[in-house]
Design a protein around this ligand. Structure first.
Ligand code: GLA
Length: 729
């Protein structure tokens, strides 16, 4: 009896070994350290058999078991690389369609795959799938960025059925991740409270991150997450996936712990109210899902994403940025030419590169004197600016700085000439009362005429003012009463809105490839790598309180690099100007203060800080970020940026707790330096009239010492923030 059992067991083992023997089609998508392996099952289904560390020996992937066979019923496929709905799959699908003949099921069988080197270190793998019963095809794309360990994946759907096919769900990515346990860090927020992390263990069934807000989509939740495998990852240890969807509209990211305790991840456009009618021979291309997998904790994962974003995604990601003085909090809507020209001179005195004129400069019939009127009427307000923008550009240049403006071109005020002329351009329902968010409505960017209008607004201003140096592009409202009066397919509105926005941006970027553009959405209401293909930088939050910003910037930094993160010094918060400046320096620095109200020391400090910034900004913008002490659960927050050559670093430390005498009582171990190199440490941003205890000594340390023993930045209640410059000696 025992023998028979043993025999049965060995036959099963042999059978599974045979099933996975070389000869089966296997598709290996690899970066320097990561591998995603797809195997075509004997039934022709594409299944994910590995997502994780790259194996040293490529032949070993053939030994990986077929996960699908671990279930009792061999017809279950939980690990499909793109799960179709309506057939034998009863878990969350990646694709749900209704064919031209009304059949609500799909099956996707492997046809072939191809691999292309699209750049030196970028390999694109395309997997072609087809429904055996219908002329219906799906392509899965995996772009593997070798050096940065980032995989960008998306899909496309096409058919030649006789009539339209209804796409009900059309995900970008479907991944399968086996581990013992899963810990998801996701983020929630609201206006001025962006990016609050929450880490939860995933339990059986579904957890969904999503938004249905249409525009300003990340107001409550961004499409970015950290997923730790087996146990919660730390900064430098543990297995973790950092993922994000590059889409500025409604998204849905699903985490499903399946009956085998493996994790199914499906990410894409939110199917909510977004059924897409796909005509024969047309192709629907989904947005990209991006992820990086790290075995060395969250720090490595974010450094991978930063490097990828700088090199491959953000315009001028490895280039320059302008420091600026913004007038929003200094004047709000209340300004005129005289006030502004004085502010230009103040900006110059301070030492910034550019003056940014915010909201309130436009509209005449319904002047933009508060946030109830004028959006859509992008002509200079004659009372405030009788000589127009051209005059301001010239005056700013005369004062020695560049000039930029605020725009919110996707929006319309109910009181505006634009609304009066084109009510059918406005997103609203004909038989429901209008409902406003920040007293405004959203234009229907799914309408090509609206796209042309929006493009025309921006292009018109830039054509008239060719030296205009910067645009802050805002988006302050969500979409209520979602309905398009002109779209033949009303359920395309949410999707085609974003596609329309991207078309406008594409056209603008073609004509103005180097113009600095700030992505703003009432703060960080729309921060994603779909928009950051066009924008050079983003505004993380209207909350510029120095203490709050440490937390907000800390959390954005998991996904977005410092060079794209705009940090302004304003009057929010009770901290000293030194504290606020030190915090703003950890990114792209700017000001929104009344310079003339600074006292002598504050002004001297700020001028000096801008000069220091200009010297060290490349380390912050292009260096690697190492988080040393988290502001969560500690009295101190500390992080550093290290240049690629490891010859320079900038180290920021802040007191975030207020317990008696707390601060940096012990040395903090540095990271990312070269153990062999020798370094000197110098405090910068020292406030006039104070002395740095650190600058008194000129000790030279080895990288090894600084990373093993550490160094005490001497942060305490008298020195609440400390910036140290570390230079190879
Ligand atoms: C939004 C932005 C602010 C400012 C105002 C202007 O709230 O986040 O920075 O530009 O709009 O109305």
């Amino acid at each position: 009896m025992k023998f028979i059992l043993l025999l049965l067991v060995s036959i099963t083992l042999i059978a599974s070994a045979v099933g996975s023997a070389p000869g089966d089609t296997q598709i290996t998508i690899e970066t320097q350290h990561t591998a995603l392996v797809i195997r075509v099952s004997k039934d022709g289904d594409p299944t994910i058999i590995h997502l994780g560390k790259r194996l040293q020996n490529g032949a070993d992937y053939a030994l990986l078991p077929d996960n699908e066979k671990r279930g009792e019923d061999y017809t279950k496929i939980y690990n499909s690389a793109y799960t179709p709905a309506g057939g034998r799959n009863l878990l969350e699908p990646a694709l749900q369609v209704s064919h031209a003949d009304g059949n609500p099921s799909s099956d996707l069988k492997y046809v072939r795959h191809e691999t292309q080197h699209v750049a030196d270190d970028v390999v694109l793998t395309t997997v072609f799938l087809k429904d055996p019963q219908y002329p219906f095809e799906v392509k899965l794309f995996y772009k593997a960025y070798q050096n940065e360990d980032v995989i960008e994946q998306w899909s496309s759907i096409r058919h030649t059925e006789k009539k339209t096919v209804r796409l009900q769900k059309y995900a970008s990515a479907n991944l399968y991740i086996p581990a013992q346990n899963y810990y998801l860090t996701h983020f929630h927020g609201d206006w001025a409270r962006e990016m609050n992390p929450e880490e939860i263990p995933l339990t059986s069934g579904l957890k969904v991150l999503d938004t249905k807000l249409g525009t300003r989509t990340d107001l409550f939740q961004p499409p970015s997450f950290l997923l730790s495998l087996n146990k919660p990852a730390e900064e430098e240890t543990g297995e973790v996936i950092a993922g994000t969807l590059a889409w500025s509209g409604n998204y849905q990211i699903q985490f499903e712990v399946d009956p085998l305790r493996n994790l199914r991840l499906i990410a894409g456009i939110n199917p909510y109210a977004s059924e897409y009618m796909l005509a024969p021979e047309k192709e629907f291309v989904t947005p990209a899902f991006l992820f990086t997998y790290s075995t060395a904790g969250k720090g490595q994962a974010s450094r991978n994403l930063h490097r990828w974003a700088r090199k491959h995604r953000i315009p001028q990601g490895e280039g320059n940025r302008l420091t600026l003085l913004n007038n929003w909090e200094a004047t709000y809507f209340d300004f005129n030419e005289e006030k502004l020209t004085t502010l230009f001179k103040d900006g110059k005195k301070l030492g910034v590169d550019l003056f940014l004129l915010d909201d309130g400069w436009f509209a005449n019939k319904y002047p933009r004197n508060d946030d109830h009127t004028g959006l859509g009427d992008w002509q200079e307000n004659k009372q405030k600016l009788p000589h127009g923008l051209g005059y301001l550009v010239k005056e700013a240049e005369r004062a020695g700085i560049k000039f930029g403006i605020w725009l919110e071109p996707e929006m319309v005020s109910p009181k505006s000439e634009l609304y009066e002329k084109h009510p059918d351009w406005v997103i609203k329902l004909p038989n429901r009362s209008e409902y406003y968010f920040r007293n405004q409505l959203v234009l229907d960017l799914s309408n090509p005429k609206v796209q042309e209008f929006v493009y025309g607004v921006v292009d018109g201003i830039l054509t008239k003012n060719p030296t205009l140096g910067y645009i802050k592009w805002d988006c302050n409202a969500v979409i209520y009463n979602a309905f398009s009066a002109t779209n033949p397919n009303p359920s395309h509105l949410f999707v085609e809105y974003v596609q329309g926005l991207y078309k406008v941006m594409e056209k603008l970027r073609a004509k103005y490839p180097t113009l600095p553009l700030m992505l703003c959405s009432g703060g960080g209401g729309r921060v994603d790598y779909g928009a950051l293909k066009y924008f050079t930088e983003f505004w993380p939050s209207d909350n510029t309180d120095g203490l709050e910003r440490i937390f907000i910037q800390w959390n954005y930094s998991y996904f977005f690099p410092a060079i794209a993160t705009c940090n302004h010094i304003t009057d929010w918060g009770k901290q000293s100007i030194k504290f606020r400046t030190d915090v703003a320096m950890m990114g792209k620095m700017g000001y929104d203060i009344v310079v003339s109200k600074l006292d002598e020391k504050e002004l001297a400090f700020s001028q000096q800080a801008l000069q220091t910034y200009s010297r060290v900004k490349d380390i912050i913008w292009k260096g690697d970020l190492f988080r040393l002490t988290s502001p969560y659960g500690n009295d101190l927050a500390s992080l550093m940026y290290v240049s690629e050559k490891q010859d320079k670093a900038l180290w920021f430390s802040y007191l975030v707790g207020n317990r008696y005498r707390d601060g940096s009582r012990a040395p903090i171990k540095l990271k990312g330096l070269n153990p062999e190199k020798k370094y000197k440490i110098q405090e910068v941003n020292v406030y006039p009239g104070t002395n740095s205890p650190i600058n008194r000594t000129q000790t030279i340390y080895s990288g090894d010492y600084l990373m093993t023993v550490g160094f005490n930045p001497s942060v305490d209640s008298r020195r609440e923030s400390v910036v140290l410059e570390i230079t190879e000696n």
